[in-house]
Design a protein around this ligand. Sequence first.
Ligand SMILES: NC(=O)c1ccc[n+]([C@@H]2O[C@H](COP(=O)([O-])OP(=O)(O)OC[C@H]3O[C@@H](n4cnc5c(N)ncnc54)[C@H](O)[C@@H]3O)[C@@H](O)[C@H]2O)c1
Ligand SMILES: [Zn+2]
Ligand SMILES: [Zn+2]
Length: 373
Amino acid sequence: MSTSLKTPPKPSTSAAIAKADDHGAPAKMKAMVYVSPGKIELRDCPKPVIKAPGDAIVRVTQTTICGTDLHILKGDVATATPGRILGHEGVGVIDSVGSAVTAFKKGDHVLISCVSACGTCEFCRKQMYSHCTTGGWILGNSIDGCQAEYVRTPHADMSLYHIPEGANEEALVMLSDILPTGFECGTLNGKVQPGSTVAIVGSGPIGLAALLTAQFYSPARIIMIDLDDNRLETATKFGATDILNSSDGKAVAAVMKLTGDAGCDTVIEAVGIPATFELCQKLVAAGGIIANIGVHGKPASLHLESLWDRNIAITTRLVDTATIPMLFKTVAAKKIDPSLLITHRFTLAEGEKAYKTFGNAAETKALKVIITT
Ligand SMILES: NC(=O)c1ccc[n+]([C@@H]2O[C@H](COP(=O)([O-])OP(=O)(O)OC[C@H]3O[C@@H](n4cnc5c(N)ncnc54)[C@H](O)[C@@H]3O)[C@@H](O)[C@H]2O)c1
Ligand SMILES: [Zn+2]
Ligand SMILES: [Zn+2]
């Protein structure tokens, strides 16, 4: 990806048309704009304005980069088109609200959910906010996102959360996406139980979020599997009982040895490639669950010839962020510390460097980077 700052700033085509300032010029802000596959740039863009009565404009104070932003940069996400301001995680302060917003006012400190929810459609009524018919994951995807000084958040009443005074706002950035994803798609869907055995394939930010939240339920064993020793070392600090580097191709034998040949009750896939989904199928115990979190771009084989009689279940899920209020409480009560995931800090002016650092995690050892605007 480009980290050159030499390209002259161009306005984003997708940002809302800003109001003119006192001199007749549109109000401007800095933002990270997806230019073309492989290329992200810090640009001057029009400051967003309220478009619908349920909107809020949030002055972003802290944001971060997600692995999914790297998928967009690779051109993997068709709905995120060039010109888009990226970012779907962050905290900030309300700058203005539309006429229908009742829960928030100018000056309120808020957490921005990565998923926007109207609260009234068929899917929202089931708390499947990710499938909201007029929302879902749209921020930094089909509409401009929060790696910017300001962001327009649709359905503000349902998609923003009040931040209690005195909270560590930097740590709460992890609640926009990472922690609810690990918890909802991994721990909850995988039905982690007291005394059970859990394997998590992938020790990136999402796998680590599953590791942190799985411990709410006191499983007897949590085995973390990855190719990267540094990430496995981090997993030990986060509470893994066992770590396995699977690059030698012996992970299945090692897990069977650890579990007395039973396999694991919950197997969480947190990578998103066919090889790891297939590995999960070899690790699951009879009666167990494979909870897939990974975003898959290619078909993966399902080995029914060995699984048909094993009484297993497989789940998939796009994060709904329905558990943000509950996760807020666990953080306030110090049951989990999401700030452990933060490894690097940048300013928005250093946004391109932040992408380079995050995109090169094997060398930089980056997990989550905080970008302060
Ligand atoms: N379902 C959802 O709603 C949702 C939300 C957010 C992210 N995701 C997805 O979750 C997945 C994980 O996200 P992340 O940010 O932690 O990604 P990441 O790329 O930072 O981490 C993936 C980890 O998997 C490891 N890995 C790669 N190949 C492996 C292999 N063959 N065997 C074992 N480990 C291997 C890597 O070393 C890395 O530590 C991604 O696919 C992401 O797109 C899903
Ligand atoms: Zn994300
Ligand atoms: Zn809805």
